[in-house]
Each structure stands twice: as C-alpha cells, then as structure tokens.
Design a protein around this ligand. Structure first.
Ligand code: UDP
Length: 145
C-alpha cells in the first residue's frame, strides 16, 4: 500500500479593524491555535493605500472597493501567518462564509459577526483563498518572512 502525505502550507490571516476594535484579536488567535495550527508571525499593522491596493487588486473597480480600502485603513489590522497541513481551506472553514449575517454558527463570522449597516464589509477576518494568494499576500504583509 502506498501512503501519501500532505505538505505543510502557510496562509495569511487578517483580523480586520472591526475585529481589533471589538477586542476579538485574542479570540481569533485562540481559534487558530485551538484548531491546531501553528502561529508563524503575528503583527499589528496600519495598512496604507499601496499595501491595500496590492492586497485587494482582484477587487479593484468593484463598487465596494473604495469603501473597503477606507474601512481597512480605519484602524490597525492584526496580520497573522499560520501554518499546518491544509491550513488555507482550514482557516477559510473556521472563518465562515463572507456574509456574517448568514455565516454558519460555530465559525468566526457566524458567531461573532453581524451586519452593521454595510452588509458584508465588516466581517472580522480575511484568509487567503489559494496557495498562490497566500504566497502573494504573505510577501506583501511580511516581506522579511
Ligand atoms: N466585501 C464587501 N462587499 C461585497 C463583497 C465583499 O465589502 O459585496 C468585502 C468583505 O470585507 C470581504 C472582502 O471584501 O471579506 C473580500 O471579498 P471576498 O469576496 O474575497 O470575500 P472573502 O474571501 O473575504 O470571504
């Protein structure tokens, strides 16, 4: 019998300004660690236009883009690199779906998020959605890693 093993990967997680303001940074870190992922880097950062333009390049031109960038500059963001086998889909599963109103209970967005007037903008966390995005986003937020 042959066995296959999955390699350790890394993802970029952000606790967005709403999460930091509400004092939920520790709760997000707790859930990442409780799931069994390893923290590689954690840093509170004030994102500027250049960083956010690069981070959200795929959304440029969409109606929610400019308000999203303003929101992401409204306060500090806790940037996290976490690692483990399949951490990219694993953290997306912990985060829940984009809209916090309907994100499943048990998830970060489902348990802790709600609509504060802008529907889905303030949804507490970001998690990379693919290996390519993770590599690109980790290089943007942690250029020395
Ligand atoms: N967003 C928004 N309005 C929308 C869709 C998305 O403000 O109609 C914001 C929201 O904060 C979301 C982020 O843009 O988390 C990136 O959107 P994406 O579709 O990549 O969702 P995610 O991968 O974060 O679930």
């Amino acid at each position: 019998m042959t066995t296959t093993s999955s390699a350790v990967s890394r993802t970029l997680i952000l606790v967005k300004p709403d999460g930091v303001r509400r004092g939920l940074s520790g709760e997000v870190l707790r859930r990442i660690e409780a799931k069994g992922y390893e923290l590689v880097a954690v840093e509170l950062k004030n994102a500027d236009d250049a960083l956010l333009a690069a981070h959200y390049a795929e959304h440029e031109g969409k109606p929610f883009y400019a308000p999203l960038v303003d929101f992401m500059k409204s306060g500090p963001v806790l940037a996290i690199v976490a690692q483990g086998q399949n951490v990219i889909p694993g953290f997306r599963s912990l985060a829940g779906t984009t809209d916090p109103t309907t994100a499943a209970p048990g998830t970060i967005r489902g348990d802790l998020g709600r609509d504060w007037g802008l529907k889905v903008q303030q949804n507490l966390v970001h998690g990379s959605d693919s290996d390519e995005s993770a590599a690109r986003e980790i290089a943007l937020w942690f250029p020395t890693l």
